[in-house]
Structures are given as structure tokens and as C-alpha cells.
Design a protein around this ligand. Structure first.
Ligand SMILES: [Zn+2]
Ligand SMILES: [Zn+2]
Length: 754
């Protein structure tokens, strides 16, 4: 044998991997070839430095590449020199990368007055730029992307063909001569003359709201330091209280507004460029994130966004300005009026955003598929997984049949498990409106198309009335494949088992909103024994009544009254309610509770958070899902640690009862202390319960999942209490712990069916 044949699997196509191999081989004086094929990249090498080549191959890879496996076998490799061979015909190019923030080399081009891409908003290369959101179908090649209508000019063509250029085979490369263009328009549709970036910045500075086309959809943008502009945006978007995210040039520009630690900074500067929820700083930005303890921060990720700060800095050349403090701070809010899917099309933008935006900054590079901004806590903990991460697969330890899972109802995503990979879709959102259902169907079709699979089984939530369940049953009938219903909390635990490759029985703690349990009950604070397709309920939180059903989830005062009633203190309710919320009338609710009318019981942890917030007088009505719990967490963060008194909870054989704690909160007049006490007591109680039940059921692997597992205060305390317990704790890291990760768990459970 004269050489070696090396097969590389992972994200190695469309990321500049072949030129990288070419350069490495040439620098070591090796002969041979490299080519793309159906399995990734295959390399043939010959020469004396093969061992060095293999050693360095996996250690110096391009920024967007990811190697999952390298296999190397001796082979006869002929010929002189090193060449890049044409891709193997009829093999599928398997991977589309996620969208990536502009790289430093492209920033240098953008800010170089001598460069032909000076101030060009679509500058990109193999190390950065759009991928997923411009790809209509496979293979990932220019004609299949939104750049299809922009033939390369001779200069771009030369770069595209030149192996040593970083735009070699960059499918979305372009320049001012051949690529997309910006256009600023009035909401009426009339074009606005002048430089689009300068004109946009002028308008933002004077308090206007501008809709700006991003990678996966439009943002509604305004000056974050202008309280009146922010108030206008909230009014026009009918978004009364939900936190808004801000975009800043760098951490220094937010020094007084947010605490950006090293972990947060690493996420903010990563190619995925997500929104990172940071603790608020000393100075609050009025109207941006009222009531809650964190501020959603992002850095400019596209050349278009960066150009706004470049303009504000006076169009400097070079890169020194990037590290300087910038006054410009923008609200970047998803353009999703009425909770409907993100606006992503130019024509649609004029229709749906005309009443909200004063002007629209458009361009003619189409968005092939909607993709919201991702939201994370340092950790990392996903709150929402979308742009920058989709469609990166989550590795599975076991092979299995192809499963499509359709998720739940809130914060929805769908998932395709194929081979040893699970592809979780971008965030789709709440399925409570017709456009969202259309988006759900679009995402399913797009995901199946780019993965080129037909599922052998369809998984869905046990709830028969979810729109996702209806679609699952319809698709199963259409394709003549089985449909498999998965109980909500089994799926939550399954999602964590899937990403960590956990085999065998685990003790699962699901702390969540309300989901349908296997006995038809409304679960949400569950201790489960999960072993693949098997799930047994070992225990649960003591149930609380939900007066008015779903309405109770939006009105924490109802949960507070239900808690007092449940404590046998119905006689105190009127006086208590008058002291906390004088405008509310207790009678109708008390009658419902007395007669047990529209008062289903739930063991949900999320509703217990609502009860606590209601009891403390933090909030009577929520404007968005989870608001009361987020405010409670913010209060606890600001207050700091407290000591938990004895007897705050009752631990019984199969229930954990927080009645004593709730009783105490009803008469606590310090919400900060009460919020801290609540978090501390719940963490403490859960830890005791978990240790005892793990021992009793001889389980040593613990999984904690569900929407409440995103609560940083609760989880930090729980981790502390469990340290040294001998229990191995696993949490959601690659998918959201909330319902955004449900589909992954459904797919995992469905695959384990005998
Ligand atoms: Zn680049
Ligand atoms: Zn060009």
C-alpha cells in the first residue's frame, strides 16, 4: 500500500473543508486528492508525513466544520500533486450547516474602503453567512439557494474557483456587482432615496420603528434608549409586557445595563450569535424588560446589522472601532404580530407590518425558511433553539427507524430521528392560530425534504386535541404508518435521555406547566421511572385546583385563591384578596371551588409557581406565558439566599406537599423574601424527595426536565443540594428543557417501542 484513504464524517460540506485539506496536504508535501461524497469527505493521501497530516486534520479545522468520525485505512493512492476532485455524482450532499455570524475576515472586507465589498451588506464566505435559511432543497449548491437568481460576476467567479480563496465554492458568495441589494421603503411601499443604511440609522435615531429583514425573518427595530420609541413599538405590536431583546455592538456598550460574564460572552460571540439572557445591570432600560430579572442581549450577526453600527461610528476603516463603546443600542424584536409566525417575505411584510413599522429595510435575497432568533441562558440552557443551531443534529447513541415527532402545543418544534441523529426543527411557536398551523406543515415538509426521508412512525403528544396530534394522525393515515402517542412528561424526560445517550432506567423529575398524564390527569410535577418506552409514575406534587381551567394559567390570583381554599382557609380568602388585589371579587371563584365546577386538579409545578406569585401579590394576571414565574425568579435573584424554616413542606409516600410554604406566603409582605423562600424551599424539598425515592427504587441516574428546569435560581439550588448525593444529574443541554424539546423526547420514546 502506498498511502491511506481517510473518510471524514460530520459537518464537512459547504464549510471550506476541502480547501483546508488541500492546504494542509500541500504544506506537508503530500500527494493525493479530496472529494465530497454521500458520507461526507473522503481523502486519499500519500507521502512521508501522513501521520502528521492525520494528527493535524482534526485539530485545525475551519470554524464552521464539525468532525464526528474519522476512519483511516491503507490504500494505493496514485499520482503526483494534490487535487480537489469533483463531487461524486448522484450521492446526496448530506449536510446543510446552520446560519453563522459574519466572520472576522468578512468584517475586514466590509470595513476596508479599498475592498470591492466595502459596506456591502451581503458579504459572506465559507466561514460565515446564511446556510439553512437560504436553502430550498438539497444538494446544498447555489442553484438550490436564494442566490440562484444572482449569477456570479467574473471577479466572484474567480474567487469561487480558486482553491486558496476563502470563497472557494462558497455557495452564497456575491458582491455589489452581482449580488442582492438593499432598499429602504416607506410603509406605503414607496422607495426612499439615498443610502439605505444611513437613511435607516437616521430614522432609528429619530425614534422611528423600522422593519429590517434579517436571516430567518424580519425584526422590528427601534432605538432601545428612547423610551417613547419602545413604548410605540409595544403599543403597535400589542406587546404590553413581554421582554424585548436588545442588540449592542459589544459587551462594553452594555456595561451598566447587563452583567455579561465570560460564559455569556462566549455564546454572544459564537457563530450562532443567539440572544443570551443576562442578569440586569445597575441601570434599567425603561420599558425593555419590565419586572423580570434578565435582559436579552445579542450582538450584530449579519453584515447588514453591523453596518448600522459602522454608520453610527462614522464609517471607520479597519476593525478597532468594534471594541469601542457604542452609544447605539437597538431593540430587535421578532416581527411576529399577534403571535403568528415570523414575517419573512417582502410582499408579506408590507401587508402585515404596515401598521407597525414606519419604514422597511428590504433586500432581494429571499428567505427560504423562517427561523427565529435562538434564546439561551449561559450554561448553556436553551430557552428557544432556532437560528444558528437548526439544523445541526443531536447525536444519538442508538440507530433506529426513522421517526417524525410533532411535539406539543406551546413553543412547538418538530423532530426527525434518522439513523444516529435527531434533527430538531427551529422554534415554531404556539399552535393556537391558523397561520401557525400552516408554518408547522411547512416545517415538516421542509425538514423531510432536506433530510430526504419518509418516516416509518409518527410520534405525538397524548393530548387528543392538540393541533400537532391532529396533523400526526392525518400524516400517519396518509403514509399508512403507525402513530404513537407519548405522554407529555415521559417525552420531557426522554428528550434528556436522548441527548445524553442514557440507556436503562432513570429517575425522572418533570417540573412543567400542565400536560396530559397517562391516567388522563393534568400532570406537571412528576417523579417518573423512565426506561425507554416504559414510564411509571412514582410520585407527584400534591394537587391544586385550576379554577376555570386554562384561565387559571393566565391569572395567578386564581391559583392563589385555589391554594388558600385547598388549605381549608376559604373563610380568609375575601380579606386576603382585598389586601392584595382590592379590585378583584372572590365570590365567583369561591363558588366554583366549593361546587368543584370547572376546577380540575393538577400536580403542575408551573401552576404552583403561579400560586406563589399570586399569594405574594406579585401579579394577578399574566400578559404572556410564564410571566409570573419569571418575575418571581427575578425577585429571588435580587433578594439573595434565605434559610428555609423547618416544616415548609410535607413529604409523604408518593406526594410532595407544599401547603405549609404556600400558607406562609399568603401572609408574607416582603415579595423579595417570599420569592427567595419559595425557590429555596422548593429546591430543598425536591432534593430530599429525589434522594429518598432514588434510594427506595434503586435508581442512581437522575433526569430533571420541563419548563421550570429553565429557572436558573431553582436549578442552581437543586444542583447544590444534590452534589455529593451519588446521584448523576442530567439536564437538557442541546435542546430546550421546555416544550421546545418535547418532539425530541417523543421521537426517542417512539423508537424504543418493542
Ligand atoms: Zn466570512
Ligand atoms: Zn460578484
Amino acid at each position: 500500500m502506498t498511502g491511506r484513504r481517510i473518510r471524514v464524517r460530520g459537518l464537512v460540506q459547504g464549510v471550506g473543508f476541502r480547501p483546508y485539506v488541500w492546504s494542509l496536504a500541500n504544506s506537508l508535501g503530500l500527494s493525493g486528492w479530496v472529494r465530497n461524497d454521500g458520507g461526507g469527505v473522503t481523502i486519499g493521501v500519500r507521502g512521508s508525513a501522513i501521520d502528521t497530516f492525520e494528527y493535524r486534520l482534526s485539530r485545525e479545522i475551519p470554524p464552521l466544520a464539525r468532525i464526528d468520525a474519522i476512519e483511516s485505512v491503507p490504500d494505493n493512492i496514485e499520482g503526483e500533486g494534490f487535487s480537489i476532485l469533483a463531487s461524486v455524482a448522484d450521492t446526496l450532499l448530506t449536510a446543510i450547516g446552520p446560519d453563522a455570524a459574519i466572520c472576522s475576515a468578512c468584517v475586514a472586507d466590509l470595513c476596508n474602503p479599498e475592498d470591492r465589498r466595502w459596506r456591502y451588506a451581503f458579504t459572506t464566505c465559507t466561514h460565515c453567512g446564511p446556510r439553512y435559511t437560504v436553502t430550498r432543497r438539497l444538494p446544498y449548491d447555489r442553484p438550490q439557494t436564494s442566490l440562484a437568481g444572482f449569477p456570479l460576476c467574473p471577479d466572484c467567479e474567480r474567487e469561487y474557483r480558486k482553491v486558496t480563496d476563502r470563497r472557494f465554492h462558497a455557495q452564497t458568495t456575491c458582491c455589489p456587482a452581482c449580488g442582492p441589494r438593499l432598499q429602504l421603503c416607506h410603509a406605503s411601499g414607496a422607495a426612499i432615496d439615498g443610502d439605505p443604511i444611513a437613511q435607516t440609522l437616521d430614522r432609528l435615531r429619530s425614534g422611528a420603528i423600522v422593519a429590517i429583514k434579517g436571516l430567518g425573518g424580519f425584526h422590528l427595530v427601534c432605538n432601545a434608549r428612547n423610551a417613547q420609541a419602545v413604548a410605540h413599538l409595544r403599543l403597535r405590536k400589542q406587546r404590553e409586557a413581554k421582554p424585548l431583546a436588545v442588540m449592542a455592538l459589544n459587551a462594553a456598550s452594555l456595561a451598566t445595563n447587563a452583567q455579561i460574564d465570560a460564559a455569556a460572552l462566549a455564546l454572544l460571540k459564537s457563530p450562532a450569535a443567539p440572544i443570551v439572557l443576562c442578569r440586569k445591570g445597575a441601570q434599567e432600560l425603561p420599558g425593555i424588560a419590565p419586572g423580570v430579572g434578565s435582559l436579552g442581549v445579542m450582538f450584530p450577526a449579519t453584515p447588514l446589522q453591523l453596518l448600522l453600527w459602522h454608520e453610527a461610528a462614522g464609517r471607520p476603516s479597519g476593525s478597532a472601532w468594534l471594541d469601542e463603546t457604542a452609544e447605539l443600542l437597538l431593540v430587535m424584536s421578532s416581527a411576529n404580530p399577534h403571535g403568528e409566525p415570523l414575517v419573512f417575505d417582502n410582499a408579506e411584510a408590507f401587508v402585515r407590518l404596515a401598521d407597525i413599522a414606519d419604514a422597511l429595510l428590504l433586500h432581494d435575497r429571499d428567505i427560504a425558511v423562517r427561523c427565529d432568533d435562538s434564546v439561551l441562558l449561559p450554561g448553556p440552557v436553551f430557552v428557544r433553539r432556532a437560528r444558528g443551531y437548526t439544523p445541526v443534529p443531536i447525536a444519538l447513541v442508538d440507530d433506529g427507524s426513522t421517526v417524525l415527532a410533532l411535539g406539543g402545543s406551546l413553543k412547538n418544534t418538530v423532530c426527525v430521528a434518522r439513523g444516529r441523529e435527531a434533527f430538531l426543527s427551529q422554534h415554531i411557536g404556539g399552535l393556537d392560530n391558523a397561520p401557525a398551523l400552516g408554518f408547522l406543515e411547512e416545517v415538516v415538509a421542509h425538514l423531510l425534504s432536506i433530510l430526504q426521508v419518509r418516516p416509518a412512525c409518527i410520534a405525538h403528544d397524548l393530548h387528543p386535541d392538540f393541533a400537532s396530534t391532529h396533523l400526526a394522525l392525518a400524516l400517519a393515515a396518509q403514509w399508512n404508518v403507525p402513530a404513537h402517542a407519548v405522554p407529555h412528561h415521559h417525552a420531557h424526560i426522554g428528550a434528556v435521555c436522548a441527548e445524553h445517550g442514557l440507556r436503562g432506567p432513570v429517575l425522572g423529575l418533570a417540573i412543567d406547566g400542565v400536560g396530559l398524564g397517562s391516567d388522563g390527569g393534568l400532570w406537571g410535577g412528576e417523579l417518573l421511572r423512565v426506561d425507554g418506552a416504559q414510564c411509571r409514575r412514582l410520585g407527584h406534587l400534591a394537587p391544586l385546583a385550576l379554577p376555570g381551567g386554562d384561565r387559571a394559567a393566565r391569572e395567578p390570583w386564581r391559583m392563589a385563591v385555589a391554594a388558600l381554599h385547598g388549605l381549608g382557609r376559604a373563610h380568609e380568602v375575601k380579606g386576603w384578596l382585598h389586601s392584595r388585589y382590592p379590585d378583584l371579587d372572590a365570590d365567583p371563584l369561591l363558588q366554583m371551588l366549593e361546587r368543584k365546577l370547572h376546577c380540575p386538579m393538577t400536580s403542575s409545578m408551573g401552576r404552583m409557581f403561579d400560586a406563589a406569585a399570586g399569594l405574594l401579590g406579585v401579579r394577578s394576571h399574566c400578559h404572556f406565558e410564564g410571566q409570573a414565574a419569571m418575575e418571581l425568579e427575578g425577585l429571588a435573584q435580587r433578594h439573595g439566599p434565605v434559610t428555609v424554616p423547618d416544616g415548609a413542606w410535607l413529604q409523604q409516600a408518593t406526594t410532595l406537599d407544599f401547603s405549609p410554604l404556600l400558607a406562609r406566603l399568603a401572609h408574607c409582605n416582603d415579595p423579595g423574601y417570599g420569592a427567595s423562600l419559595f425557590h429555596a424551599a422548593v429546591a430543598n424539598a425536591l432534593a430530599h424527595w429525589l434522594r429518598a425515592e432514588a434510594a427506595r427504587h434503586a435508581l442512581s441516574t437522575l433526569v430533571v426536565a420541563g419548563g421550570c428546569a429553565i429557572n436558573a435560581v431553582l436549578m442552581a439550588a437543586l444542583r447544590d443540594h444534590l452534589a455529593g448525593s451519588g446521584l448523576a444529574l442530567f439536564e437538557a443541554r442541546q435542546a430546550p428543557a421546555n416544550d421546545g424539546g418535547l418532539a425530541l423526547g417523543q421521537a426517542w420514546v417512539a423508537r424504543q417501542q418493542p
